[in-house]
Design a protein around this ligand. Structure first.
Ligand code: GAR
Length: 197
């Protein structure tokens, strides 16, 4: 059984999908041992506490620099004996120290079909607004490994979602979560854990 560390920044619905998958046996080759946020007071932390999972908040401004923040995150994960790291709505960029320590063991969920609508500046609702502005008729979600290129690591899983004519960024975000993200994130994490264990 691998130890999973989850990084969050917001509401934590993807974290909830992982917790639910752990409870219903879809996620069985790994166990969430800690949830770390780079923002205080986010609901993802409540979800973790409700599930009895250890939590921590690490703030970049308290670390003093991006490098120090990266090292603090890495050291915390290593102290918790984390084997694989899942970015579940984590909206900060990881640096070299962290990526080197967990090479090929960091998974991110992105709310579009990469290589569309991804890279620096594409996160959360902005991704869905960009898809609507472009006029694509199909979008979706991607689970991929994290490397030095933002949203540029190896793709592990994707799922497509049709765009409706009356969609707003908010309705589209919700549907992409329900139809794609909450399904493929737990599946991809289980697959990675079962390959690495
Ligand atoms: C999700 O839609 C996730 O795909 C996205 O942020 C949302 C977080 O929601 N991530 C990115 O945009 C990363 N570039 P959640 O906190 O409810 O899981």
């Amino acid at each position: 059984m691998l130890n999973i560390g989850v990084l969050v920044s917001g509401g934590g619905t993807n974290l909830q999908a992982l917790i639910d998958a752990q409870n219903n046996g879809i996620l069985k080759s790994g166990k969430i041992v800690t949830v770390v946020s780079n923002k205080e007071g986010v609901y993802a932390l409540e979800r973790a506490k409700n599930a009895g999972i250890n939590t921590n908040v690490i703030l970049k401004r308290e670390c003093g620099s991006s490098e120090a923040f990266d090292v603090a995150l890495r050291d915390y994960m290593q102290n918790k004996n984390v084997d694989i790291v899942v970015l579940a709505g984590f909206l900060a960029i990881l640096g070299k120290q962290f990526i080197d320590a967990y090479r090929d063991r960091i998974v991110n969920i992105h709310p579009s079909l990469i290589p569309s609508f991804c890279g620096d500046g594409f996160y959360g609702l902005k991704v869905h607004q960009a898809a609507l502005d472009y006029g694509v008729k199909v979008t979706g979600a991607t689970v991929h490994l994290v490397n030095e290129i933002t949203d540029g690591g190896k793709i592990l899983m994707q799922k497509a979602v049709y765009i409706n004519e009356d969609d707003t960024a908010e309705t589209l975000q919700r549907r992409v979560m329900e139809e794609a993200e909450w399904k493929i994130l737990p599946e991809a994490v289980e697959k990675l854990c079962s390959t690495l264990k």
